[in-house]
Design a protein around this ligand. Structure first.
Ligand code: NAD
Ligand code: MG
Length: 382
């Protein structure tokens, strides 16, 4: 029997957050901190059910309302970035699940590492922006970065079989999203609604748009580079429409290992929280005969320039990841507000990358400055 794990869940009201709440019973874990941006109705329900020590609403107005709503309980209610960082680094937690979306996850992730917590890492933007600082801090504190992203979890699971042997190549699979097979011309007029219709996964809006532009796979390339200390040229991307093979590794002798299951995030979430132990997971089992066939295609970098831009950022390192990510977050928000077109997203990110100076990153402040400059570069173009 494994010990009952005390966990902080940042972004407990989101797609990954609610699926994390869904596995708590099966893994006998107890949440000690839960957070949201402003979905206080759901956070109140979660808090009443699970009785954490503290809850945080990032939005200060929402935090004030939540304090009133939970006035009859002993649960501490916090607000803002300070509240998020406090929830991330609660001394009673052993592991922090980073399921907030975007750069907002960086400071709380660093706070959790500083507090010595293992990180169940869903928030890939953190590694994209500040991979060198985050991995160095984790090494220094002796904490583990346990991947939640399905591809990185697949690699992590395959790596268990490596027994110290060098991994020659990582092969990241990508579903191709809703616009697989379309040409650049056909992508010119796609709508927000079409972009939000992912064929295989139900996720938050930002990552769903990232999947449509393929920036998600670009972010994941950089995430894999930092998590597995792999040169980006040894990370290949292949389109696999069914999202059954979640990723693969290749050894020096040419042997390739893959991890397969149905597209359901509860397995990678659960494995990050129970590793190295495996426990039953309440998801449907894989039936290969029912699936029939698996298909693979090379990615189309003409129609989806995000992959090329991400490879550039991965090769440059320094502030390039923060610039790419900041520009992408700003552009995705503008697209969701219907202020720019779908193809403006890679166009604006590419322009930000070209126009902003390359810098080395020495501190989190450097990362925040590059993020801010990238967002400004996008806003001045529209
Ligand atoms: P989501 O939008 O469904 O949920 C985001 C959560 O973060 C919510 O609880 C929201 O209230 C909170 N939040 C949003 N903005 C915030 C801010 N500024 N400050 C504090 N909290 C904030 O997103 P999601 O799909 O669950 O994705 C979360 C992270 O996990 C992303 O980084 C995403 O790339 C990654 N991820 C998601 C999936 C998936 O299947 N959803 C898979 C792999 C990786
Ligand atoms: Mg993924």
């Amino acid at each position: 029997m494994i010990e009952k794990k005390r966990i902080a869940i940042l972004g407990s009201t989101g797609s990954i957050g609610t699926q994390t709440m869904d596995v708590l019973d099966s893994i006998e874990a107890k949440p000690v901190a839960l957070t949201t941006n402003r979905n206080i109705k759901l956070l109140e329900q979660q808090a009443r059910q699970w009785q954490p020590e503290c809850v945080t609403a990032f939005d200060e107005t929402a935090a004030k309302d939540l304090k009133i709503m939970l006035g009859d309980t002993d649960i501490r209610v916090l607000g803002g970035m300070d509240g998020l960082m406090e929830a991330a680094s609660l001394p009673t937690a052993e592991v922090t699940v980073t399921a907030v979306v975007g750069m907002a996850g960086l400071l709380p992730t660093m706070a959790a590492i500083e507090a010595g917590h293992d990180i169940a890492l869903a928030n890939k933007e953190t590694l994209v922006c500040a991979g060198s600082l985050v991995t160095a801090a984790a090494r220094q504190k002796g904490v583990r970065l346990l991947p939640v992203d399905s591809e990185h979890s697949a690699i992590f699971q395959c790596v268990q079989a490596a027994q110290g042997n060098r991994i020659a190549k990582i092969i990241l699979t990508a579903s191709g999203g809703p616009f697989f097979g379309k040409t650049a011309a056909e992508l010119e007029n796609v709508t927000v609604e079409q972009a939000l219709k992912h064929p295989n996964w139900s996720m938050g809006a930002k990552i769903t748009i990232d999947s449509a532009t393929m920036f998600n796979k670009g972010l994941e390339l950089i995430e894999a580079m930092w998590l597995y200390d792999m040169p980006p040229e040894d990370i290949e991307i292949v389109i696999h429409r069914q999202s059954i093979i979640h990723s693969l590794i290749e050894f020096v002798d040419g042997a390739v290992l893959a991890q397969l299951d149905l597209p359901d995030m509860r397995l990678p979430i659960q494995y990050a929280l129970t590793y190295p132990v495996r426990l039953p997971c309440k998801m449907e089992r894989l039936d290969l005969a029912k699936i029939g066939h698996l298909s693979f295609y090379p990615p189309d970098e003409q129609a989806f320039p995000a992959l090329r831009i991400a490879r550039q950022a991965a090769a440059r390192k320094g502030n390039a990841g923060a610039v790419m990510n900041g520009a992408n977050e700003a552009a995705v928000a503008l697209f969701l507000e219907r202020k720019i077109s779908f193809l403006d997203i890679p166009r604006l990110v590419g322009q930000a990358m070209d126009s902003l100076p390359y810098q080395q990153i020495f501190s989190i402040d450097d990362v925040l400055a590059s993020d801010c400059a990238a967002r400004q570069a996008v806003y001045t173009q529209i």
